[in-house]
Write a protein that binds this ligand. Structure first.
Ligand code: C5P
Length: 227
């Protein structure tokens, strides 16, 4: 029985997909449903943690019994996460963050009549939130990243994951494959958790609820210093 092994702990989860506005009515977004992040927030709450959920665009309702902070863009997610992460023992970055945003946002609707046959959008890279918060000095708190990859094989997935955690500097990385029919927007998930040295500490699959619970078991143990 895992019981309430996160009692007295503060857990921050980011979930959903960020949206980058093009004009007052349009945005660039992604297919993240926020289900895995919401499942993590629920599982942490059920283990007794005090939970903050930073919610970008979600296709599911946020859970009850957690503090919800709404954001839209990557810039807003960065501001909220930078402020909240230092106040939490465990930060899990499950949000699907837009890597690029439009250079400028049009004041009014972009009109076909004014733009013509072709429209070129200029995009600029967004800051990497996970790398930013992981680079700040911390003791006794953990930062976890997610990586959704369209890898062709388990070997390629592992290779991508090991390079990614080294680059990002988080304490753990939860790896999963995504595609048109797997990962995003589905009820089930299959994940591999890597530690900071790139070693596999957990492989789990099943419903996003059971995967969330298995994943939290690793971090709850790490926070208490249990093997
Ligand atoms: O998109 P990428 O594979 O780099 O995402 C890996 C991790 O980094 C995820 O946890 C995601 O939330 C985070 N990320 C971020 N800021 C970005 C891009 C991704 O924090 N600009």
């Amino acid at each position: 029985d895992r019981g309430r092994d996160l009692e007295g702990r503060r857990v921050l989860v980011t979930a959903g997909g960020t949206r980058e506005p093009l004009d007052p009515v349009r945005f660039i977004g992604n297919r993240s449903s926020g289900r895995q992040g919401v499942a993590l927030a629920e599982a942490a709450r059920d283990r007794g943690a005090s939970v903050t959920l930073i919610a970008a665009h979600l296709e599911v309702p946020p859970p009850t019994g957690v503090t919800v902070l709404r954001v839209e863009t990557t810039a807003e997610l960065l501001t909220a996460t930078s402020a909240e992460a230092p106040l939490h023992d465990l930060t899990i970055m499950a949000a699907a963050v837009a890597d690029y945003r439009p250079v400028g946002v049009a004041d009014g609707k972009i009109k076909k009549a004014a733009t013509g046959e072709r429209l070129t959008l200029e995009l600029v890279q967004n800051p990497d939130i996970l790398a930013t918060i992981s680079a700040e000095p911390r003791t006794g708190r953990l930062i976890v990243g997610f990586a959704a990859e369209t890898a062709a094989s388990p070997e390629e997935l592992l290779e991508l994951g090991r390079a990614k955690i080294a680059r990002k500097g988080s304490d753990y990385l939860v790896l999963n494959t995504v595609g048109w029919t797997t990962g995003f927007a589905t009820a089930d998930n299959s994940v591999t958790v890597l530690d900071a040295s790139g070693d596999i500490v957990l492989e789990a699959s099943g419903s996003k609820t059971s995967v969330a619970d298995d994943i939290l078991g690793v971090f709850a143990a790490a926070l208490t210093g249990a093997p």
